[in-house]
Write a protein that binds this ligand. Structure first.
Ligand code: F0G
Length: 458
């Protein structure tokens, strides 16, 4: 009889100590950090669920790749190796390495957008939105209605609302939409996947209007695994085959390889358009580096090339999605309201539902982030009105976000099940005493991307 447990498909070769602090110490550290977890020192954090970006553990094969890095300024072997993997996994002809995802975004939008343009997405990530707005264009989120309802389950809650996309294009005119984006998985909408049917439908609309479709590919492998698990006709297809089909509907992609590239730094911008790629490479040279290394060292390109293949291993993806689901299931059993169903890289607690007594203008998500740190040394991130809200500097009026979420992002191959059990116990303790939790006041901010540096008082 086959065992039922899905176990970590690796053993641990190198370890890094983590250390507990006392509640008193954490009270002091958090006050010094002005109740903003981004301003904490990592050494004062026990379990760091701030992000799954660049925080994963590389494999022994990736460390071996690091030693094979060719550090030639131009034409490095490592670039050609990396380029071959991009051709093979994603199918795009032109690839520009960048130091991380947002560098690819900046180059893409600076090349394709002009002031007054409109860029739709299922949900823009904060850096994507900021880079679009920086060039004077408008970033529009078009998730399906279920995507804005944390408790409503849907197998592909990351899907774009295709009727809303049609309506937007009709309203502003196709000439003002330089590209459409799809973020897989939809990070800001709860780490939820996009179905192949939705990718196809969006592709059809884009093609009809002559608008290029770009994929934000950060977590593409996790999205492909959900397609295999949940979409009819894909159960016997390999993640690699699913990825090739999916990217076949797109004209290009941006990628932060710090997620599904399984590396600590790296990214790229890819497309099939030679003229565009030439224009983009001029910007790349200006701020990132020569086109065969972008913002990276040769060893980084090698580690990425290896990571982008490892991430498609079925054993890895089965474990990855099961371990995120485990955290989601345990929290649901406790009664904690989370975005349902669990996503690929993170569990999102619905802070608006859990702390219904704290109004949005007092940042229930940020208050819960503070509590997680104080109670257990756990670092999480608010994805709500701190991240997406705005303050009218004349009136002091707060425009709040549609959801108040707290993300527990799970670094890849880093924490074991007992670490996750510990997280569940801490969340349970907080849940039991949730009526005692009070809101926070934002006393300083620097938009855009104010959440990184904002300061709060209790
Ligand atoms: N797109 C998505 C969907 C992302 O989640 C991120 C980063 C980026 C683009 C930008 O990539 O950080 O390499 O410049 N997300 C991280 C997070 C920071 O914590 O979710 P980057």
């Amino acid at each position: 009889m086959a065992a039922r447990s899905i176990i970590e498909p690796f053993r641990i070769k190198s370890v890094e100590p983590i250390r507990m602090t006392t509640r008193e110490e954490r009270e002091r550290y958090l006050a010094e950090a002005a109740y903003n977890a981004f301003l904490l020192r990592a050494e004062h954090v026990l379990i760091d669920l701030l992000t799954d970006s660049g925080t994963g553990a590389m494999s022994s094969e990736q460390w071996a790749s690091i030693m094979r890095g060719d550090e030639s300024y131009a034409g490095a072997t490592s670039f050609y190796h990396f380029e071959a993997v991009i051709h093979d996994v994603f199918g795009f002809r032109y690839v520009l390495p960048t130091h991380q995802g947002r560098a690819a975004e900046r180059i893409l939008f600076s090349t394709m957008c002009k002031p007054g343009d409109v860029v739709p997405n299922n949900t823009h990530f904060d850096t994507t939105r900021a880079n679009i707005e920086y060039v004077g264009a408008r970033a529009v989120d078009l998730p399906i209605p279920q995507g804005r309802q944390p408790a409503t389950p849907h197998p592909f809650k990351g899907n774009m609302d295709v009727a809303a996309l049609e309506a937007l294009i009709a309203d502003v005119g196709a000439a003002r939409v330089p590209l459409v984006m799809l973020t897989i998985t939809n990070n800001s909408g709860g780490g939820q996947p996009v179905s192949m049917a939705n990718v196809k439908a969006v592709h059809g609309i884009c093609r009809h209007h002559g608008i290029p479709l770009y994929i934000d590919a950060c977590r593409f492998a996790e999205n492909c695994w959900f397609i295999r698990q949940r979409e009819a006709g894909y159960e016997d297809r390999s993640p690699r085959e699913i990825a090739r089909e999916l990217f076949g509907y797109a004209d290009g992609c941006t990628m932060s390889a710090k997620k599904d590239g399984l590396v600590n730094i790296g990214g790229f911008l890819a497309s099939n358009d030679e003229t565009l790629a030439r224009a983009e490479s001029r910007l790349l040279i200006l701020t990132e580096g020569f086109p065969t290394y972008g913002g990276l060292a040769g060893r980084d390109l090698e580690a990425m090339a290896t990571g982008l293949q490892e991430v498609l291993h079925e054993d890895y993806l089965r474990y990855r999605i099961a371990s995120t689901g485990y955290l989601g299931r345990r929290l649901t059993e406790i009664g904690v309201p989370i975005v349902q169903p669990p996503g690929g890289h993170a569990i999102y607690i619905d802070a608006a539902a859990m702390l219904a007594h704290v109004p949005a203008r007092m940042f229930p998500g940020q208050a819960l982030v503070a509590e997680l740190y104080l109670a257990g040394g756990i670092r999480a991130v608010e994805i709500g009105s701190v991240m997406f809200g705005t303050t009218d500097l004349q009136t002091g009026e707060e425009a709040t976000a549609p959801m108040e979420l707290v993300r527990l992002a799970i670094p890849r191959r880093v924490y074991t099940q007992s670490h996750i059990d510990y997280v569940c116990e801490i969340v349970e303790d907080i849940f039991v005493q949730r009526s005692q939790i009070r809101g926070l006041r934002m006393v300083w901010q620097a938009p855009p991307l104010r959440h990184f540096t904002a300061r709060f008082e209790r």
